[in-house]
Design a protein around this ligand. Structure first.
Ligand SMILES: NC(=O)c1ccc[n+]([C@@H]2O[C@H](COP(=O)([O-])OP(=O)(O)OC[C@H]3O[C@@H](n4cnc5c(N)ncnc54)[C@H](O)[C@@H]3O)[C@@H](O)[C@H]2O)c1
Length: 276
């Protein structure tokens, strides 16, 4: 459903050149927000901004490496110059390329350059964007800062050490935003996302792996980018005006069950006892 609940708002979505970020931008725009489409991939950012403009929305594309302080500072200045205000910052960008995921392994086999990249983009990038966007939000005394995190930032897994550590730290940032600027009208929240496959990050995932992950979600299917974008739109809008300093879990129950659930489900199915 689309509304005008963000009609007077300006939103920045980082990593909006594709995947969940692009869908978040579409949904925020559909609720009336003006959008800054920020991505390291200029062509991708331009294409999403053009798509939004063709659909009748206001959007600009800004090529930015969120791990670079000078890039982020210039990006925020450009958004303020273009739109005169910033109300929503969705820190969605993360480095998730196939090469990165191959190198970001278990601790003993971790490529330290991959670790540094994960922390620089996923964590430092979110801090930098917040550092420069919040002062602009404070001028109008309102703002919503959102961080994209993951179940991997809350539970141990076999690989992606840098990614998981960066996402764990992102659960702290909404609390800091809320504590430091809440009385001045700024809210901070994170969205802990279950698997909502997007083309770049998941097209290379083998079907068997997707099946294992689907079995571990408590919904019939894995998530969709739209389901995540709807939660982001909620956190961006005044509908969530009393929600701050927390992590909203939108993970299809991935993090809610006992570790033995999938094996138990198979056991009961085989033994014909009970139904799970
Ligand atoms: N899709 C999922 O199932 C899922 C699950 C859990 C968490 N998440 C989180 O959601 C967010 C989006 O994930 P996705 O699946 O859409 O990933 P994606 O790889 O499709 O999109 C990430 C975007 O970030 C951009 N980016 C990468 N490095 C950047 C940099 N230095 N500066 C600016 N932009 C940069 C990429 O170009 C890309 O457009 C990420 O934070 C991810 O950790 C996604």
């Amino acid at each position: 459903m689309t509304t005008q609940k963000l009609a007077d708002r300006v939103a920045i979505v980082t990593g909006a050149g594709g995947g969940l970020g692009a869908e978040c931008a579409r949904v925020l725009a559909s609720h009336g927000a003006r959008l800054a489409i920020v991505d390291i991939n200029e062509e991708a950012a331009l294409s999403v901004a053009e798509e939004l403009k063709r659909a009748g929305h206001e959007a600009i594309a800004i090529q930015t490496d969120v791990s670079s302080e000078s890039d982020v500072k210039a990006m925020i200045e450009r958004v303020e110059e273009s739109f005169g205000q910033i109300d929503i910052l969705h820190n969605n960008a993360a480095v998730l390329s196939v090469e990165q995921r191959k190198l970001d392994r278990d601790i003993c086999n971790l490529d330290m350059a991959a670790w540094d990249r994960a922390i620089a983009v996923n964590l430092r990038g979110a801090v930098l964007c917040s550092k420069y966007a919040i002062p602009v939000m404070l001028k109008r005394g309102r703002g919503s800062v959102i961080f994209a995190t993951s179940g991997l930032g809350a539970q141990g897994d076999l690989s992606l050490t840098g990614y998981a550590s960066s996402k764990a730290a992102l659960n702290m940032l909404p609390k800091l935003v809320a504590a430091q600027y809440g009385k001045l009208g700024i809210r901070g929240n994170a969205v802990q996302i279950g698997l909502a496959p997007s083309e770049n990050a998941h097209s290379s995932m083998p079907t068997e792996l997707l099946d294992i992950l689907r079995d571990n979600h408590l919904t019939p299917e894995l998530g969709t980018p739209r389901q995540i974008a709807d939660v982001v739109a909620f956190l961006a809008s005044d509908e969530s005006s009393f929600v701050t300093g927390t992590t909203v879990v939108a993970d299809g129950g991935f993090g809610s069950h006992t570790p033995s659930l999938v094996a138990m489900r198979e056991f009961f199915a085989k033994s014909g006892g009970g139904s799970m």
